[in-house]
Design a protein around this ligand. Structure first.
Ligand SMILES: NC(=O)c1ccc[n+]([C@@H]2O[C@H](COP(=O)([O-])OP(=O)(O)OC[C@H]3O[C@@H](n4cnc5c(N)ncnc54)[C@H](OP(=O)(O)O)[C@@H]3O)[C@@H](O)[C@H]2O)c1
Length: 478
């Protein structure tokens, strides 16, 4: 069976990719990815890769040629290049029309739960996408899964719940926390999506998935129980969705756009409206909410498979092409001799930067910059990192994203924070030195002003950073 997976660098798609590769050796898996460097070597050896996106007719045609079943796990919410609903509409239309031309038999899509006309813009767009993908029932069978909150390690909803419960002994609860929803465990979602490949359906079908019926308040209370924490939740009737979203970005790693999409989604009931999950997948026994927390927590102890910030490195600016940093008009470089040190230890110290370890020099300044960034709609500094030691291209580290990674040679990070220009942070290990460089392409007068204002701080920060990297690598060397 020839299968196309889109969105394989995203939160759901990355997990589904592993599941498909492990579940059936007879599947020929093809990936459509926007940036080929985001596919790790191991995966690249097992799949066919087409680079492009759904707005690129040639790439779409090539990716769907000879395909039996295509997964559509795409959304444009992170795009800065236009209205996400318009982009989603065009993307789904392009995709289904090419599926029809290519003779694809089945499309499998995962969207959101919630009644039309009462749902948020994001969920309405997910609904519209499902309708577009289902618009050729006589030519393509569309299996449209719908899920509300998905709980799993690295998932945005899980991180919100975990951070709120762990950080706040006393919580103010706005009215939306009392709306009913049905969270699903990410492992269950992946199982449905995987099994849908070989399940017989009676034509295009909508399948609602979700476990026990809970309110967000119940979810917080159960999470507190799970973490053995005593929490007091005080109802506040006048908390607006906007204030709620600001509250969430202050306390949790998610940026404003994601927080407001979640709050808007929780303002209206999002519950299962059909029993097709049981009908078509009687073998799947859905995990309870507490069990899904347990699994997420266990995965965090081990290695997080996918993270909500994995997808689209183009979220905040498009400086993700490695070459672009070479065009920087402003560069500041600092170096230190490492010829007497273990190269491997220096490299390990470099690639474990950020997250809980911090930015090694004047960390409080980075924190302040992160808070300013969050309140101006950026990702902020508390996004952390997927794994404290390991990195892959496309990973986010606080408000940076990894765009180049050459073992023991180069780490290049592109800034995703809101800036008057484009910025990169580069670490190079040459024969004798470790070099840290800040590269910048300013936008307008303010961009230039920004660079020169920060310049004295750069000197202190990067020299301090070099010292700490060297010191930590010496400590690790023993
Ligand atoms: N995550 C949840 O909690 C959740 C809950 C309910 C439903 N869902 C549904 O599950 C689906 C997947 O969500 P997700 O959370 O996995 O999203 P995600 O992490 O944001 O990933 C989106 C993926 O789509 C790719 N993509 C975006 N635009 C594209 C385009 N025009 N052409 C090709 N690829 C494109 C991205 O690639 P790049 O990274 O290369 O840009 C990325 O791999 C969505 O339909 C969502 O509504 C998710």
């Amino acid at each position: 069976m020839n299968v196309l997976l889109t969105g394989s660098t995203g939160y759901i798609g990355r997990r589904l990719k592993y599941s498909l590769l492990n579940s059936d050796k007879k599947i020929n898996l093809r990936l459509l990815v926007t940036d080929i460097r985001q596919v790790d070597e191991d995966t690249a050896a097992k799949v066919e890769i087409i680079e492009g996106n759904t707005f690129n007719p040639d790439a779409l045609k090539e990716s769907l040629r000879g395909i039996d079943t295509a997964y559509y796990l795409i959304h444009s919410m992170r795009s800065k290049d236009g209205d996400f609903a318009d982009l989603d509409r065009v993307s789904a239309q392009n995709f289904i029309e090419e599926c029809v031309r290519a003779g694809v038999k089945r499309v499998i899509y995962l969207g959101g739960l919630g009644k039309k006309n009462s749902i948020s813009r994001h969920l309405a767009s997910r609904q519209e996408t499902g309708e577009i993908l289902s618009s050729y029932p006589d030519k393509v069978e569309t299996i449209w899964f719908r899920a509300a909150i998905i709980i799993g390690a690295g998932g945005a909803s899980y991180e919100i719940v975990k951070n709120l419960v762990q950080k706040l002994p006393v919580m103010l609860a706005p009215s939306w926390v009392r709306t009913n929803t049905q969270p699903a465990a990410v492992d269950d979602v992946i199982q449905y999506l995987t099994l849908a490949l070989k399940t017989e359906f009676s034509g295009s079908t909508i399948i609602d998935i979700g476990g026990e019926r809970l309110t967000f308040l119940d979810m917080l209370k159960k999470a507190a129980e799970f973490y053995s924490l005593k929490r007091f939740i005080i109802p506040i009737p006048f908390f607006s969705p906007k204030i709620s979203s600001y509250w969430l970005i202050l306390l949790t790693p998610v940026p404003f756009r994601l927080a407001s999409a979640l709050v808007a989604g929780l303002k209206v009931e999002s519950v299962v409206t059909n029993q097709n999950a049981k009908k078509y997948f009687p073998g799947i026994k859905q995990l309870s909410y507490t069990e899904s927390l347990k699994r997420a927590s266990a995965e965090e102890e081990d290695e997080i498979i996918s993270h909500w910030s994995d997808g689209s490195s183009a979220w905040f600016h498009s400086g993700k092409k490695t070459e672009e940093s070479g065009n920087a008009t402003h560069t500041a470089s600092y170096k230190k001799d490492i010829s007497d040190l273990s190269r491997m230890k220096v490299w390990e110290s470099v690639i474990s930067i950020g997250g809980d370890r911090g930015w090694l020099s004047m960390n409080y300044l980075w924190q302040v910059r992160g808070i300013i960034d969050k309140f101006s709609g950026g990702p902020g500094i508390n996004r952390g990192r997927r794994n404290s030691e390991d990195l892959r291209i496309g990973d986010s580290i606080d408000f940076w994203t990894v765009i180049d990674l050459i073992y023991e040679k180069r780490l290049l990070l592109a800034a995703q924070m809101n800036l008057p220009g484009k910025a990169w942070l580069e670490f190079i290990l040459n024969e004798t030195d470790l070099i840290i460089s800040a590269h910048f392409i300013p936008r307008g007068l303010y961009g230039r002003f920004y660079w020169y204002i920060l310049f004295p701080f750069h000197i202190i920060i990067f020299k301090g950073m070099l010292r700490r990297i060297i010191k930590d690598s010496l400590i690790n060397e023993g």
